[in-house]
Design a protein around this ligand. Structure first.
Ligand SMILES: *Cc1c(COP(=O)(O)O)cnc(C)c1O
Length: 454
């Protein structure tokens, strides 16, 4: 299998290269040259263990690894999930289920992608003999999932910038209490955007990027997207024949990563009927799917902080398919976004998607309603999916639950008066925190990386 750039001006590459580079040289994102059909076990409706399904799916795309090597990587990646079904489907009513994606090491769905990415990096380092340094910025979940994907791996050090005092204490502990010597959490003065722009500046300094052998773990990485398609198939296999007939996935989403992965599975043949894009008050996707206009905006902090995003990085992949693979057109459109912060997409069709928007008061209400109706506690991100997940509409709805409620205890307490806990989070409270304060300048951060590089 080869991968082409959404902007059409880079050479097709194999899996190893698409994974290692993230972004194509022409600035586009990698997509499969042609989409394969679903694995036989899915087509046959056969329920198989999660790791088996993941292997059958990923081997359609990763034809660079020998199958037995890929199998070992996949097994390792899903071994750290606490639930025997990895992504269990929890039925709340005849019309409604929740796909629990929070049984990984950091209790959020990003573990599905980043456990695999961590093992792929370790494999790449062993294959190429080149050590790497991973640099990223986080407002919470991505950084801790990346850290847990890479902790104690050979040949890689991880530097994660975050805004000091502006992420939740539990999220900070998830990053600072790993006890791993290759992990460097870097609190800086300022906002998440400040942390992000420092990271961008350092990646933009090509001399430093090459010297420090910098790698990223951002949400546009192909392996992350593919890893996320798998749980849609897994959910579908757990439904009854009647439920499979008329199925809607409701997906809390920020940058279009999670829901794009589901749509890709549908394009490969998964017979899901609809996808609901559930946004919080940072509603770029809601506006897009209701107007055909893609317009970035200013981020307003919400109770669902991991969706506080006003650029939809993975949207470029969807655009590529909308333009039927015309890279020149995608390039032009992305240039318009860059220059004007806005793009009107001619002839835009919402396709199989619809979108909802939930403001903070709605998040609190939805948490309370789910508790009253089903005795089930949902986290604030999942709550955005309950705007319509409470029963309206036909057929069966599967709401993707992207985080464990115990990660956001204050919001849950405000909504229902209960204080959710999780043993893994309680255990962190006893551990020593290791973090390195650096000045919020490119000079200070690059000097720190030079001194602590792998
Ligand atoms: C990252 C995240 C999301 C949004 O995922 P996207 O890939 O941006 O669509 C939703 N919920 C939680 C808990 C997250 O960590």
């Amino acid at each position: 299998m080869r991968f082409v750039s959404t902007r059409g001006r880079s050479e097709p590459v194999g899996f190893f290269e698409a994974f290692a580079h993230g972004l194509a040289p022409d600035g586009g994102l990698y997509v499969p040259e042609a989409l394969p059909s679903l694995p036989d076990c899915v087509a046959a409706g056969e329920v198989v263990p999660y790791a088996d399904l993941a292997f059958e799916f990923l081997k359609l795309f990763d034809t660079d690894h020998a199958p037995e090597d890929l199998r070992a990587l996949v097994d390792k990646s899903y071994a750290n999930f606490a639930h025997p079904k990895t992504a269990p489907l929890r039925r709340l009513s005849d019309q409604l289920s929740v796909l629990e994606l929070f049984h990984g090491p950091t209790l959020a769905f990003k573990d599905f992608g980043l456990q695999l990415v961590g093992n792929l990096f370790e494999d790449q380092i062993a294959r190429t003999g080149q050590t790497i340094n991973v640099l990223g910025a986080t407002s919470g979940d991505t950084g801790s999932a990346a850290i847990h994907g890479l902790a104690d791996k050979e040949g890689v050090n991880v530097f994660i910038l975050y805004p000091k005092g502006r992420i939740s204490p539990l999220q900070e502990r998830q990053m600072t209490c790993t006890g791993a010597a290759n992990i460097f959490p870097l609190p800086i003065e300022g906002s998440f955007d400040d942390a992000q722009s420092l990271v961008k500046e350092l990646f933009g300094d090509l001399a430093f990027k090459n010297e420090a052998r910098l790698s990223a773990v951002n949400s546009i990485n192909l392996a992350r997207v593919l890893a996320q398609s798998i749980y849609y198939l897994h959910a579908w296999l757990q439904l009854s024949a009647a439920e499979r007939e008329d199925l809607t996935f409701v997906v809390p989403t920020g940058n279009f990563g999670n829901v794009f992965a589901g749509w890709l599975a549908q394009r490969m043949g998964l017979p899901a009927k609809r996808f609901v894009i559930a946004t919080n008050q940072n509603d770029i996707l809601y506006r897009l799917f209701n107007s055909g206009i893609y317009k970035t905006g200013a981020v307003e902090p919400s109770l669902a902080p991991s969706m506080d995003i006003q650029v939809a990085s993975n949207f470029e992949r969807f655009l590529y398919y909308l333009q039927e693979g015309d890279g020149a057109k995608v390039s032009e459109m992305m240039a318009t976004v860059k220059a004007q912060g806005e793009l009107e997409i001619p002839g835009f069709r919402a396709d199989t998607f619809s979108a909802t928007r939930t403001v903070d008061s709605g998040i609190l209400e939805n948490i309370a309603n789910a508790w009253d109706r089903y005795g089930y506690v949902i986290d604030p991100h999942t709550a955005c999916g309950f705007e319509t997940g409470g029963g309206a509409g036909s057929g069966h709805r599967v709401v993707l639950s992207t985080a464990h409620p115990a990660k956001f205890p204050d919001t849950i307490e405000e909504a229902i008066g209960e204080h959710p806990t999780h043993p893994a989070l309680e255990a962190l409270k006893q551990k020593e925190q290791v973090r390195y304060e650096v000045a919020a300048t490119a000079e200070a951060v690059s000097a720190f990386i030079r001194d602590h590089a792998a």
